[in-house]
Write a protein that binds this ligand. Structure first.
Ligand code: UDP
Ligand code: GLC
Length: 377
């Protein structure tokens, strides 16, 4: 089966990292068409996945766009659609991995008579998307032969927004557990290099964006002893510079400069996670899936996650991690302090999480699930 994957992003967010794992088995029979140039293209090439940047024109649709803006950008898309239609003729299937890719893919699928698959990485709720954006996404997705939702939460929101249940299937992100087994020597080196020896390190791994809630972790830190240090790993990928400034301001105002380190975007996530004592996920809006939660588990590290969306499907409180109410720093601080004082219980929970996550999210099984769904088409 020859697949034309489409993704609008030039930068590697979670949906793009997931796509690398999905496209790999098809690397001799696929092309990933991108709507922007950037480091994601290089990552695909490093993984020997054929990639082509189909346009470098910025498509002006935002998550909160109005109808007029949405229609205006449709006109902008005509040359790109023409290119996708032409390219699709050499492939059996169009696989859209993001919302703008879905809109382009749906029209191209109709014109090239190729079936469309949509991988839904978002929760289509008012909290995340404007009404018009939800309507466009659902209308386009309902034309697909298959919608793969990254969690039950994403699937439920899709159906509530008017999406077709009969074409929707849940498939979680897959991971290679071996990538997350880090040698103790490397862990010690990493802690040393980052000046983290003797600290209780809480890691936050996410792009810097208001809804990812880094500010909640900073607020929680005020209620923790001084040995607790936070590392913020990730960058503002989609222009959230004001939020980054606010975070720095918040840290200065609270006098936490010596307890917080910004590490920027990194590609050594397993090494950094393994150097942490606890990993915090603090999204203030429902997380569609939450790759970082599973990655923390695979590293054998305890994880505390915000109780909403896909995170609830991944974490069982007190069994394989901890759940706290989103946007409640006090609850988060309580979990951090509990983990600091009861390392034995925390280690048992983290170990259990590592074993179960290695099976549940094994990339080989996940890719088999996807292959089976695609074969049925
Ligand atoms: N990540 C990364 N480098 C960073 C920060 C994050 O490679 O500096 C990765 C992280 O390991 C995870 C992905 O980015 O695999 C983020 O995915 P997630 O599902 O957690 O959130 P998203 O950003 O997709 O909403
Ligand atoms: C999106 C979601 C994230 C999910 C990722 C992979 O980026 O925001 O929750 O883990 O896609 O499916």
């Amino acid at each position: 089966m020859k697949i034309l994957f489409l993704d609008q992003s030039g930068k590697p967010g979670g949906a793009e990292l997931c796509l690398i794992d999905i496209a790999k088995p098809y690397q001799n029979n696929c092309l990933v068409g991108l709507f922007a140039d950037g480091s994601f293209k290089s990552l695909l090439a490093e993984n020997h996945i054929p990639v082509q940047v189909l346009t470098t024109q910025n498509i002006q649709v935002r998550k909160d766009s109005s109808l007029a803006q949405g229609l205006g950008s449709l006109r902008q898309l005509v040359p790109l659609i023409a290119k996708v239609v032409q390219t699709a003729r050499a492939y059996d299937l169009i696989y859209a991995n993001t919302q703008k890719a879905l809109v382009v893919g749906a029209i191209a699928s109709f014109l090239s008579r190729r079936p469309l698959v949509y991988h839904l990485h978002d929760i289509l709720s008012p909290e995340h998307f404007s009404k018009i954006n939800r309507r466009i996404a659902v209308t386009a997705a309902n034309r697909a032969s298959l919608v793969i939702a990254n969690s039950q939460a994403s699937k439920t929101a899709f159906i509530e927004a008017g999406g077709r249940a009969d074409i929707s299937e849940v498939v979680y992100n897959g991971f290679d557990p071996q990538n997350y087994q880090i040698d103790e020597l490397v862990v010690n080196q990493t802690r040393q290099q980052l000046g983290l020896e003797g600290k209780f390190v809480v890691g936050h791994f996410s792009r810097l964006a208001p809804w990812k809630g880094q500010h909640i972790l900073i607020e929680a830190l005020v209620q923790c002893p001084q040995q607790v240090t936070v590392i913020l790993v990730g960058d503002a990928l989609f222009g959230e510079q004001e939020y980054v400034q606010n975070l720095h301001q918040q840290i200065t105002t609270l006098g936490l400069e010596n307890q917080v380190k910004f590490l920027g975007f990194r590609s050594d996530i397993p090494q950094l996670m393994s150097a942490c004592d606890l990993i915090a996920h603090t999204s203030t809006a429902a997380e569609p899936f939450g790759r970082v939660i599973v990655e923390a588990m695979l590293c054998g590290k305890p994880v505390v996650a915000a109780k909403a969306g896909g995170a609830v499907e991944l974490v069982e409180h007190g069994i394989n991690g901890f759940l706290v109410t989103p946007g409640k720093p006090q609850e988060l601080a309580q979990v951090i302090n509990d983990c600091l004082h009861d390392s034995e219980n925390t280690a048992t929970i983290a170990n259990h999480a590592r074993i179960t996550a290695s099976q549940r999210f094994d990339v080989t099984n996940i890719n088999q699930q996807i292959a089976q769904l695609l074969t049925k088409l």
